[in-house]
Design a protein around this ligand. Structure first.
Ligand code: 3HC
Length: 293
């Protein structure tokens, strides 16, 4: 019998967690969102309000549906609030120790049938799963930024994930109006494994003054039809996130394509993280503002 994921817990309300919460709540799922403290929850609420207001302004959502969407989301600072969840999706920072701790605690709190998913970009789902007593019910659910807009969800199965769990998660993703693809557990999965070599190469071209940032981005937008150029996309993703993804893939594959360009580390050290810090390859007035410089 197909599992129904009516109540879903989201752990971590950063950009990705808040985006996932919005997508779920918009399709009628009851969401319980958990983050470490009230400040983190307020930041998540801010993302949700901003994004749903934007959907109303763009004619994609009525005001009544926005209110109903927001009313489906409750907030908590303790994982105990997820005791009744059918599915928990984790979107905490990309540190294996942190994810291991979250899932070990969830394993004690949730019932034995609750399915656990991680939105990790590049960490091993298999490694996350072994920190629970239910590795057969652990999958990856990798969403893309901006989550309300992009359709893809990568569903990652490990060698021990139960096949019916994968089938049910795929059906759930389709019910969200998203397009699932299923892949085994390897760093970068499908999209990041292909995308980040290209992004890294663009940084190397920029770093060696081969081309200006504007010309690099224009080449891929106007020559290849990409919605954004690679440096603008890195600013959207966040340079720190991009670095972690590249570094993990490089350590797993030793493919030099993924050895992070030195400039990335320098920019991160200088606090130039992209849109979220107001400056990356370009300068912004805010996370959603167009390029200022
Ligand atoms: N949240 C919600 N909605 C958003 C949004 C956001 N952050 N950003 C844009 N939108 C919506 C807009 O409201 C608009 O909706 P409308 O059609 O109803 O008006 C629509 O998206 C298009 O936005 P804009 O007209 O402002 O601008 P663009 O047409 O340039 O689209 C974009 C913006 C959707 C960001 C587009 O440029 C794009 O798809 N870029 C590529 C993004 C990408 O490649 N993401 C993947 C990154 S990798 C990743 O996430 C994996 C992770 O592991 C790192």
């Amino acid at each position: 019998m197909t599992r129904q994921f009516n109540t879903v817990g989201i752990v971590g309300l950063g950009t990705m967690g808040a985006g996932i919460a919005e997508v779920l709540a918009r399709t009628g799922v009851t969401v319980v969102a958990v983050d470490v403290d009230e400040t983190a929850l307020d930041r998540g609420r801010g993302h949700l309000t901003h994004s749903t207001d934007r959907a109303v302004a763009g004619g994609k959502l009525s005001s009544a549906d926005r209110d109903a969407t927001l009313a489906r989301i409750s907030y908590a600072t303790s994982l105990d609030a997820l005791a009744g969840a059918d599915l928990v999706i984790e979107a905490v920072p990309e540190r294996i120790e942190l994810k291991a701790e979250v899932f070990a605690e969830l394993d004690r709190i949730c019932g034995p049938d609750t399915v656990f998913a991680s939105n990790t970009s590049s960490l091993s789902i298999t490694e996350i799963g072994v920190h629970t007593g239910r590795p057969g019910k652990v999958v990856g659910m990798h969403f893309f930024n901006p989550t309300p807009v992009l359709k893809l969800v990568e569903v990652i199965r490990t060698v021990v994930t139960e096949p019916d769990v994968v089938t049910d998660v795929v059906a759930f993703v389709e019910g969200l109006g998203k397009t699932p693809v299923v892949i085994g557990d390897r760093a970068g999965f499908i999209a990041n494994a292909l995308l980040f070599g290209y992004l890294n190469h663009a940084v190397r071209m920029y770093e060696s003054r081969y081309a200006t940032r504007e010309d690099l981005d224009a080449a891929m937008r106007y020559g290849c039809g990409y919605p954004m150029g690679p440096l603008a996309l890195l600013d959207l993703i966040g340079l720190d996130t991009a670095y972690e993804i590249l570094d993990t893939m490089y350590h797993q594959s030793r493919n030099r394509l993924h050895a992070p360009a030195p400039l990335l580390k320098q920019m991160i050290t200088a606090g130039l993280l992209g849109r979220k810090s107001g400056r990356g390859f370009y300068t912004y007035d805010g996370p959603d503002s167009p390029v200022v410089v």
